[in-house]
Design a protein around this ligand. Structure first.
Ligand SMILES: [Mg+2]
Length: 256
């Protein structure tokens, strides 16, 4: 079955585990932020945006091992202390907003100076090209911020892929395992839900998308979590974008 037979007008792609290896985030982006946080803070310590982040970080220490160390007057807070706190938050996977904001700034600098390149699987650029040539719109939906999404695709190992992408969604539109989020996306895209094909590695996301009327296909990339037999029976599965690029989609198992 082809995308045109499916009546698809938009391909909505997840990032981690779909266009990009899960290990890129854990093995490249997080270590990069940890390695560069001290240098970044030292260079930007007097900047207003950094001052605000440091102030916000001091508000989130209560429930951490840093509750006593950071419970001090602002004058005693220095680059070393805040850097250690940020590395700790990353290690503990405590996704507090000021830490995410700071990580975003560190990554933006890394992409800008060429030290970071966004990982995409090698079949992704060709599929993007084929879908655009076929008149499909391509949109992104990821729990990473829209700013981070644009950095990954704008500075990818395959060059700037942003020209292929028409829309970006993060959790401001809703959480990825909630039906309402996909209804919101369809509304914003002004397309019928059934004309949107969502590609993801997470069955819970695929199920939420499908309950909103979207078509959903699950990626089985290397390193993705294994699926149960039930999940394998319930969803269309692909190991890369090549079957979609040649417009031969697997048979649709669940047409509403
Ligand atoms: Mg994913």
């Amino acid at each position: 079955m082809t995308t045109s037979e499916r009546g698809a007008k938009v391909v909505l792609v997840d990032i981690e585990g779909t266009t990009t290896s899960i290990s890129f985030v854990h093995d490249v982006l997080f270590p990069y932020a940890k390695e560069n946080v001290e240098k970044f803070l030292r260079e930007s310590w007097e900047r207003d945006d950094t001052k605000q982040i440091v102030q916000d970080l001091q508000q989130v220490h209560q429930f951490t091992d840093y509750k006593d160390t950071l419970n001090t007057t602002p004058a005693n807070v220095d680059v070393g202390l805040i850097s250690g706190f940020v590395r700790y938050l990353i290690d503990q996977d405590l996704k507090v907003t000021p830490m995410k904001t700071l990580q975003g700034l560190i990554w933006a600098q890394g992409y800008a100076n060429g030290e970071l390149k966004g990982h995409v699987y090698e079949d992704v650029p060709a599929a993007f090209q084929a879908w655009c040539a076929a008149g499909l719109r391509i949109a992104v939906y990821s729990s990473g911020s829209v700013a981070a999404q644009k950095l990954i695709f704008g500075n990818s190992i395959a060059g700037n892929l942003q020209p292929y992408l028409s829309d970006y969604f993060d959790t401001h539109v809703g959480h990825k395992q909630e039906k309402q989020s996909y209804e919101n996306i369809a509304n914003i895209l002004t397309e019928k839900p059934e004309q949107i094909v969502f590609l993801t590695d997470i069955p819970g996301e695929a199920a939420a998308a499908r309950s909103a009327g979207l078509q959903a296909i699950i990626l089985q990339r290397p390193g993705n979590a294994a699926l149960t037999d039930d999940q394998k029976c319930s969803f269309d599965l692909i190991t890369d974008f090549k079957p979609l690029q040649s417009l031969k989609l697997p048979e649709n198992k669940h047409v509403a």
